[in-house]
Ligand binder design. Structure first.
Ligand SMILES: Cc1cc2nc3c(=O)[nH]c(=O)nc-3n(C[C@H](O)[C@H](O)[C@H](O)COP(=O)(O)OP(=O)(O)OC[C@H]3O[C@@H](n4cnc5c(N)ncnc54)[C@H](O)[C@@H]3O)c2cc1C
Length: 398
């Protein structure tokens, strides 16, 4: 049966990209977003490899380039703020810890919405209460009271997806990495300069400060903890916890903790990866973080969302029937996702060491890697994870 109508749940990154490419195939798209308006906030995210190629095929590459944050690079600093190792943005061939296309999530969300709002019917401030796969269509009852039917429903509703229950009801999907992170925006100070600065305070605590292209500074605090559930606390409780954990951390943490209370966009999460045996069930499927969140540690979440949405739309648009399309989507994406989610043994301990000796060792190793001869060689030998897929070409019309 020809696919005519699709409901996409979630208007973050994956949702609008999927809408855009489905529209190109003459499929009628509705996007429902729970928030009353676009959630155009969040911190600096990386757009890499095939993800950038999807942005190019969508026609937004030039606009993405015009909005990059233009950080000079990333410096690992000690408690006095002295750089122990510095990597320019083009280190490792532009595919290092900071890549050559860093953009604020909010700017990318705005851009994707602008480029898809005429391609889809957007419903803000609503969400599905029930989604029932009737075999030949999917019946959706919305919180607003509306009831509608669609040929397919796609969950692009992020790491805490509710749609996922319909696809894999019995699988514990999120694999936590025993690490929490908080992102928020604080006032810029001249000392913040043009470099991102990474400070390891020991006991698995890290502060990252990133000057942006809007005259503010983006702060990230992260800490390792095997205790579950901090993400369920209220904002006030999460901020109190951060004060407790970072009380004696040194460097710029006192200022960051002070400014955190006034921050307009405080966001706290338990870092995890989503791993599922299947990404579809009947007429319902998943895309982006809902299906295969790789975690901010991977630097691949946005690229996976773009590439996954592009391939899913391309396969659905080729009108081979949704079952085959979902199977091909999974077969094409699975190796790319597996590779993106791979975390080298000991990598988290290296990035956020516990002991003082661990911090010193980590800085010393980074100092060696930062030498131009070494980073240049690694850049040449390294095969970036973001490039590890050959994007199929999908003709514009079905
Ligand atoms: C507010 C916010 C800030 C973020 N900040 C960062 C950051 O600073 N750094 C980083 O690396 N990653 C961040 N992320 C995650 C990042 O966007 C994703 O890892 C990645 O880009 C994949 O995007 P996605 O579209 O799959 O999911 P997301 O970008 O998470 O989008 C999911 C969307 O679905 C909506 N939604 C959820 N449930 C429902 C429902 N039941 N009905 C309707 N809509 C629903 C959400 O409101 C959201 O708009 C953030 C996500 C959000 C939502």
């Amino acid at each position: 049966m020809k696919i005519r109508t699709v409901l996409i749940i979630g208007s973050g990154i994956a949702g609008p990209v999927l809408a855009h490419f489905l529209h190109r195939k003459n499929i009628q798209v509705t996007i429902v977003e729970r928030a009353p308006q676009l959630r155009s906030y969040g911190q600096t995210i990386d757009l890499r490899g095939a993800g950038r190629e999807v942005a190019r095929r969508m026609g937004i590459d030039a606009e993405v380039r015009s909005r990059i944050t233009r950080e000079a690079g990333l410096a690992f600093v000690d408690g006095a703020g002295h750089a122990k190792a510095s990597f320019t943005a083009d280190s490792f061939g532009g595919q290092g810890l900071v890549c050559d296309t860093e953009i604020l999530r909010g700017e990318l969300v705005d851009l994707l919405y602008e480029h898809s709002r005429r391609d889809a019917e957007y419903l803000f401030g609503d969400h599905p209460l029930t989604v029932t796969d009737l075999g030949d269509q999917v019946r959706v009852v919305f919180a607003s009271g509306a009831e509608r039917s669609f040929d397919l429903v796609i969950g692009a509703d992020g790491i805490r997806s509710r749609t996922r229950r319909l696809v894999c009801p019995d699988t514990p999907a999120i694999h936590y990495l025993d690490m929490y992170t908080a992102y928020f925006t604080i006032p810029y100070q001249p000392g913040d300069g043009k470099w991102a600065r990474w400070y390891n305070a020991g006991r698995g605590r890290t502060l990252l400060l990133r000057p942006d292209n809007q005259g503010t500074t983006r702060a990230f605090l992260s800490f390792r903890s095997s205790r579950r559930g901090h993400e369920e606390l209220s904002r006030a409780e999460q901020q109190a916890l951060l004060h407790e954990v970072f009380a004696d951390a040194g460097f710029d943490t006192a200022r960051v903790l002070r400014d955190m209370a006034q921050s307009p966009d405080f966001y706290f999460e338990a870092i995890g990866q989503v791993k599922l045996p299947q990404w579809s069930n009947g007429r319902v499927a998943l895309v982006g973080d809902a299906a295969y969140c790789a975690s901010p540690i991977s630097g691949m979440g946005t690229s996976l969302a773009l590439v996954g949405a592009y391939i899913l739309a391309g396969e659905l648009g080729s009108q081979q029937g949704h079952r085959q399309a979902f199977q091909r989507y999974q077969a094409l994406m699975r190796p790319y996702v597996r590779n993106a989610q791979r975390i080298a043994p000991g990598a988290l301990r290296f990035a956020s060491p516990h002991s003082r000796a661990g911090v010193r060792l980590s800085n010393a190793v980074l100092g060696v890697l930062a030498r131009p001869a070494v980073s240049g060689l690694i850049g040449k030998l390294n095969k970036p994870k973001a490039d590890a897929i050959a994007l199929p070409d999908y003709p514009a019309k079905a």
